[in-house]
Ligand binder design. Structure first.
Ligand code: AP5
Length: 233
């Protein structure tokens, strides 16, 4: 079975209880390294939302046996380490389970292709569809310098956001490591997959008029201020 990590979760939905009108349903789109994880956590904290992130859910289930699908690889981890997309059947299941008991949410890392976007539109409506716009040269620098806590998942960067003590997480004292798919070669593959599979999703939301593009350049605080301004209207 699939587990989804929920950060900043402070309330639970009950059958029959109506959605709070202040709950936001935010979709964050953008290439690898655009800052979706960084900003998704901040938005969740600010607006009391669940973060639904397929990347984290898959990382927590890298060894899951999916051989029954009869596809190229037998585990999600093999797709991820190749920089490829994990099959839709696996990812859709994660998202539908997470949406079932989320009120407001930030969706990060999904949908990644047009089939996933179509599936999502049958599951829920969205209030904000936001593209974090960052040039490719900046993305490679951010991703190859990213480090994450092996225990709690907190994100750092060797130059832009280092921990106080080398290799040790500020939040939980856990070990800080490099993600296996953050090597330069795999980053290039992920950016190519984004261009081929996910840019059509961005175009789809642009054509429907739902999309707002926000610059993801500048400091995390500057980017966050832009997002808050957008959401608060
Ligand atoms: P996933 O984990 O979703 O990775 P991603 O989309 O490639 O996004 P990242 O986590 O790399 O980037 P981010 O935008 O969150 O950046 P962050 O905030 O960390 O997916 C991984 C894999 O899982 C995929 O390749 C695929 O195999 C599979 N997968 C996931 N979802 C799937 C789906 N729906 N379908 C099929 N397969 C799926 O920031 C990056 C770095 O920059 C950090 O070090 C951070 O500190 C730094 N930083 C952030 N903002 C700033 C700033 N403003 N200035 C300076 N540095 C900054």
């Amino acid at each position: 079975s699939v587990t989804v990590r929920r950060r900043f979760r402070r309330h639970f939905s009950l059958a029959g209880v109506q959605r709070n009108v202040t709950d936001h349903r935010v979709l964050l789109l953008g290439p690898p390294g655009a800052g979706k994880g960084t900003q998704g956590d901040r938005l969740a904290d600010r607006y009391d939302l669940d973060v639904i992130t397929t990347g984290d859910a898959l990382r927590n289930n890298k060894q899951m046996d999916i051989s029954d699908l009869g596809l190229e690889y037998d585990t999600p981890g093999e797709y991820m380490d190749a920089g490829a997309l994990v099959p839709d059947a696996v990812v859709n299941e994660i998202v539908v389970a997470a949406l079932a008991d989320a009120d407001g949410f930030v969706l990060d890392g999904y949908p990644r292709n047009l089939d996933q976007a179509e599936y999502l539109s049958d599951q829920t409506a969205l209030d904000h569809v936001v593209l974090l716009d960052v040039p490719e040269s900046v993305l490679v620098e951010r991703l190859t310098g990213r480090r994450v806590c092996d225990d709690c998942g907190a994100t750092y960067h060797v130059d832009f956001d280092p921990p106080a003590e080398d290799g040790v997480c500020d939040d939980c004292g856990g070990e800080i490591v490099q993600r296996e798919d953050d090597t330069e070669e795999t980053v290039r593959d992920r950016l190519q997959v984004y261009a081929d599979e996910t840019e059509p999703v961005v175009e789809h939301y642009r054509e429907t008029g739902a999309l707002t593009a926000v610059s993801g350049e500048g400091s995390p605080d500057e980017v966050f201020d832009r997002l808050v301004e957008l959401i608060d209207g």
